[in-house]
Each structure stands twice: as structure tokens, then as C-alpha cells.
Design a protein around this ligand. Sequence first.
Ligand SMILES: Cc1cc2nc3c(=O)[nH]c(=O)nc-3n(C[C@H](O)[C@H](O)[C@H](O)COP(=O)(O)OP(=O)(O)OC[C@H]3O[C@@H](n4cnc5c(N)ncnc54)[C@H](O)[C@@H]3O)c2cc1C
Length: 596
Amino acid sequence: MGQYIAPLRDMQFVLHELLGVEAALKELPKYAEIDADIINQVMEEGGKFCSEVIFPINHSGDREGCHHDKTTHTVTTPKGFKEAYKQYVEAGWPALSCDPEYGGQGLPLVMNNSMYEMMNSGNQAWTMYPGLSHGAYECLHEHGTPEQKALYLPKLTSGEWTGTMCLTEPHCGTDLGMLRSKAEPQGDGTYKITGAKIFISAGEHDCAENIIHLVLARLPDAPEGSKGISLFLVPKFMPNADGSIGARNPIFCGAIEEKMGIHGNSTCQMNLDGAIGTLIGQPHKGLNAMFVFMNAARLGVGMQGLGLTEVAYQNALIYAKDRIQMRSLSGPKAPDKPADPIIVHADVRRMLLTAKAWAEGGRAFCSYVALQLDKELNHPDEEVRKECADEVALLTPIIKAFITDNAWTATSECLQVFGGHGYIAEWGMEQYVRDARINMIYEGTNTVQSLDLLGRKILQDNGAKLRKFGAKVQAFVEENGTDEAMSEFITPLAELGDKVTKLTMEIGMKAFQNPDEVGAAAVPYLRVAGHLVYSYFFAQMAKIALAKQDSGDTFYKAKLATIRFYFARLYPETAMCIRQARSGSANLLSLEADLF
Ligand SMILES: Cc1cc2nc3c(=O)[nH]c(=O)nc-3n(C[C@H](O)[C@H](O)[C@H](O)COP(=O)(O)OP(=O)(O)OC[C@H]3O[C@@H](n4cnc5c(N)ncnc54)[C@H](O)[C@@H]3O)c2cc1C
């Protein structure tokens, strides 16, 4: 069923040639010993695990799905999932970027990030089991009590236990302020939690011996709305002090959802019937603590989009070189065959290059953000940490929404390369499209990401974070503005930078008069902002590739061709999106709801 080979060459290009990761990590005392060889070796081993262990069970996992036993409330994952998880744990992969104090390997997030790209290419549904644990780890690491950390972090680090995030309830998804689950203090520092959660990924399964649920609920004295939500740690089995498994806690899976994709991941209805939990962080400040999890998860969802884009591209490329149909318009290219391979056709190339450009741009962007996150957490200079935190905050909604929107297009284009063979299940391409669709919905829909970007991250701080990013773009433009060979990349980058500045000011002014202007502009605005970020990274990559194009390494020739394709065929979307964003709210809101 197709193939997946980790794109190590492009990863190395991004990490070493574009980002200079080794030198950047030397500035962080914690990672000063890490060199390019270590990074490359880990990526190589990780790539093998993804292609040899989890990729082979991706399609079968999709066909089989998870099984729920209503009497025992247990969930069985598809054949091979449990065994693959065991191998993952035995190889120490869950501990990659975790704190050595809790048994982790203490490697940087930028490496973990590349690992997650490969894991998602290999098998998104499977990857969600460890992926959610990683978010739970981050949240507990930052907000847990010393006792919670001592008991739970080593188990999440080793992968023996997995984690979940339990936010959504039947009547509230986006609007968590409406949630109703209740937490009653027991007088002994614990709480009895009652409520119904839905759509909980990896809520119940057979891969790990215990599951640590991070649950949002309300205390009895909670104020209404989002300011009255607290976060609780609710284990499936109460652990004993020595970390062994104790009594079963009444948090049970009532059913698993039938759904469009990611069938190998159990999406559970979770019923809490007086389940015992302990508070994480401060009372009523649960959303603050949960934001650590949500931000980690948003970057993680971006990696899901990227992983699917890459694997869909690889398979479409193999097919396009093998499948013969029709002749090239300019005459036969494979005269020895009854027809030419379809890769000769211009539009097949457009589809392939679309996916290739979204994968390569996304890889550069995500790796950059992961490195900024490492600096945010570990740089000795507080000012640098703050700068990086601001930049990560600005770019997180773009990672989540832009990459997953692009992945939806890319997987669909790659399916199209297969013609009818893409639509039938045999080749596995339709699975990528179905799997890609959820990434635009969970972790805050892409609309919500757009509102977060434009409303909170940009307009609420009067554009300060955006201006700082813009200054980096401007510096690159000035540095390379006189280089004639770079002008085909610098000109569109500089133009878009100016347009984003004007567009932001225009929407900001309109929003003073009418807040609906933000909602009306947000989605196309995020597309424009995403293109600004990609143009910036593509222009930087072009500079490296131009300098090495005569090196004899064809990698750079291919890189330049992809970048030229991006500016010619994908970047022009910005013109349409700017028009849409400027068109105002009236064309959306003037029609009364009952006239639709
Ligand atoms: C397979 C799957 C796995 C999931 N995993 C988890 C999980 O592990 N844990 C968990 O807690 N949840 C999980 N979810 C839930 C997911 O996060 C929610 O579905 C998502 O946040 C959207 O909430 P909703 O479905 O209630 O949609 P709603 O909030 O009802 O939104 C419906 C539509 O209205 C739009 N909308 C809402 N408010 C606004 C606004 N202010 N402005 C503009 N548009 C708006 C939305 O963008 C959306 O298009 C999962 C869902 C699925 C399907």
C-alpha cells in the first residue's frame, strides 16, 4: 500500500542550511552539546520507525478501526497498533524532548517536531496516542504540583501511560465558557468530577496500562463563563504512591464515534461519574493551564497537516512516473511505450508541485517555530525569551490553520493525480484526504485560529508582534534588495509585506466602528499572513539554493524550481484574499438569517 520514506535530505537542508540549528542550539546551555551528527542520526532512526513500523499499519488501521465493548467499556485498537506502541516505548521515543529530571532524553523540541512530521506521515491516527500524551506532559510540567509531577511525569515520559484532553461537551466545543461538568471538593484535596465529554481522542484504548485525562470542569463556587473553569487530572486507574496501578476510577468510555477519517484513533464519549481528580494550577484558571496543552496541540496539528502532505506527495509522485496515459502535447517523451508517463503533462506537474511546495514551505516554517520555542524556553537572555514567545504566539494560529488548509488541498490534488484510482480505497489516497479533514476542525477550528490571529494576536496589541516579524522580513529584503538574482523572490516578498501592513491598518480602523469587520476579514487575512511567512522562508531558501545551484547537487535545482512554482502559482492567491478581506462585513451580514 504505497510507500513512505522520510524526507531526510530536505529536513537536513532546513535544519542545517536554512536555520543553522547546531549554532542556534549552542546558545542554549541545555543543548550546547548537540551537533548535526546527533540530529541526523536521530532523524534517520526515527524515519525508519515511521516507514517500517507505523506506515505498514496505516491503511489496515483505517479499514479496521477501533472496537468498543459496551459491557467492559474497553476499546481495542486496530491490529498492530498496540505492538507498534510497545516498540515506540521500548525505543525511548516518547522521552525524546522530555526533561531528564523525569527520565527524558532532554533533546530539543525542534528535533521532536521533525519526528512528529515523520510519525504523522507514517500514521496520523496512531500518532495521536503519543501526541496527546506529549501535550499532557507539557501542561503538567508547567502547571502540575510537585506531587503530580513526581507521580505522573515519569510515566508520561516513558510512554507507559498516555494522556488526553477532555474539553468538549455535547453543547459546547468552541465556546468552552458554557461547559457544565462539575467538580465537588472532597475535603481531602481531591475532587469528585461528574459530567459528559464527547469527541475525546485516545480517550480509551489498549496501548498503555493507564490513561491520564486532563479534564475541564467547574467548582461549586465558579463564576459563569470561561472565568469559572478549572483543570483536573483524572487518571483511568488511581496510581499507588509507588507508581503501580490501583483502583479503577469511574471515567468510562460510553461509545466511540463513527467518523470520516482517523479511524485508527478512538474518538470517545467519556462519562465521568464521580471520578476522582486533583486540581492542576489555580481554581477557575483552568483555561490558562489548558492553553499550554492547546498550544502544543496546535503546533502538533500543523505537523499532522505537514505529515499528510508529504506522504500524499511521495505516493502521487511515484504514481505519476509510472502511470502511462496519453502523449505529451509537445510530442512523445517515452516513444518506446504506448503512452507517456503522466508526469509529462503540465497539469499533473501543477498538482505535484502544489503538494511539494506546501510540504517544503511548511517544513521550513514549522522547524523555525519549533526552534523559536526552544529559545523561548531555554535562552539565557530574558529579552530573547520574550521576543521568541511573542513570535511563537503570533505564528501558532498560522501553523495550525494555514498548514492544515494547505494539506486539505495538497492531499486532494495528490488523489487527483491517481484519477479514479485515487478515489477508490486500494491505493490509500482517499484515506489521506479523509484524515486531513479533521485537522481543520479540532484544536479550535481554522476560523477560530483566524480570529485568534487577527483579533487577539494582532489588533489587540496594536500590531506590535506583527511589526516585529515584519522587521525581520524588511531586514532580509534590504539585505538582498540589490542582488539581481534574488529580485524575482524579493520583489513579491517586499510587496506582500507592504500590503499586509496596509490591510492590517485598514481592518483595524474599520473594527473600531464595527467589530464584525474582524470576523468578516479573519479567514482570508490568515491566508495572506500565511503567504507572507512562506514567501519569507522561500526567499531565504532561494538564496541558499542560488548559491549552490552549480554545486552539482540537483537538490538545489529542484528547490529553486519549487520556489519559482510557489511564487508563480500559489502566491497569487494573496490578491484574491486581500480583496476578500477588504470587502467588509456587509456582503456577509446584511441578509437576515430567515432569508437564507
Ligand atoms: C475526531 C475528533 C477528535 C476530537 N478530539 C478532541 C479531544 O481530544 N478533546 C476535546 O476536548 N475535543 C476534541 N474534539 C472536539 C473539537 O475540538 C471540536 O469539535 C471543535 O473545537 C469545534 O467544536 P464543535 O464541534 O462543538 O463546533 P462548534 O463550536 O459548534 O462550531 C460550529 C461552527 O461554528 C463556527 N464558529 C463557532 N464560533 C464561532 C465564532 N465566534 N466565529 C465564527 N465562527 C464560529 C466554527 O468555526 C464551526 O465552523 C474532537 C473532534 C473530532 C471531530
